[in-house]
Ligand binder design. Structure first.
Ligand code: GDP
Ligand code: MG
Ligand code: ZN
Length: 218
């Protein structure tokens, strides 16, 4: 009789490694943020504005999750901060086992905050704990008012939603108050920030929130 050993469910294995990652972040007093959204909402653009604002205030490192390319990492590298690319080779989300080895490429003692840009995807990234302290979702107003209701998990699992591209409000049918109401119904604890990368608007409350989280972690 052949002995069959069932593999531990993927999410269970992931949770074990996420716990190890979380232990490392705790020991280093490092605040780690998982940044998620569908492709094109503005994750990398928001990161660029965030890096500019944190310069001289907090030491930031970035992990870029991408299915094949290094394009986002190249955009971040220009700012002269530590950035590590994870290519998922086809996988549509990051998991804790991809993040663990990437940490060896950083001098974690030299960082205050690590932001992980997840693969552009509004569905499964939210299912995989990376060991992070907090999650932020980006939702751009051009995606349609129904997205929070259709994809609730990512918003339920997040502490923050950055509602981006508000410069485009006059050109869309987006009802931003309704959108925020739906988000609050899904997760009453959510911090909501309306921003526009294009107009460089609305970033101060977001930066204040980040600084507060970093101080709490220390
Ligand atoms: N109009 C407008 N376009 C934006 C804004 N933020 C980002 N974009 C554009 O949206 C596209 C996708 O942005 P990117 O940061 O690459 O999104 P990501 O795929 O979520 O990382 C780019 O062409 C950006 O220039 C914004 O606030 N307003
Ligand atoms: Mg990006
Ligand atoms: Zn996936």
């Amino acid at each position: 009789m052949v002995k069959v050993r069932m593999a531990a469910p993927v999410l269970q294995q992931n949770d074990e490694v996420a716990k190890e990652n979380r232990g490392i972040f705790r020991d280093k007093g490092l605040f780690v943020l998982n940044l998620m959204s569908s492709p094109g909402s503005g994750k990398t653009s928001i990161l660029e504005r965030t890096i500019e604002r944190l310069a001289g205030r907090l030491k930031l490192g970035v992990i870029e999750g991408d299915i094949y390319t290094t394009r986002d990492a190249e955009r971040i590298e220009k700012f002269g901060i530590p950035v590590v690319q994870i290519n998922t080779a086809g996988s549509c989300h990051l998991d804790a086992r991809m993040v663990g080895p990437a940490l060896e490429d950083f001098d974690l003692d030299a960082l205050d905050i690590l932001i992980v840009e997840n693969v552009g995807n509004l569905v499964c990234p939210a299912e995989f704990d990376l060991g992070e302290d907090a999650r932020a979702a980006v939702l751009s107003i051009t995606e349609g008012n129904d997205k929070p209701v259709k994809y609730p998990l990512v918003f339920r699992e997040s502490e923050v939603v950055l509602i981006n591209k508000i410069d485009l409000l006059p050109y869309t049918d987006c009802d931003i108050d309704l959108l925020e109401g739906d988000l609050k119904k899904i997760n009453p604890e959510l911090e909501l920030f309306r921003v526009s990368v294009r107009l460089d608007q609305g970033f101060e409350p977001w930066i204040d929130w980040l600084e507060k989280q970093v101080n709490l972690k220390k």
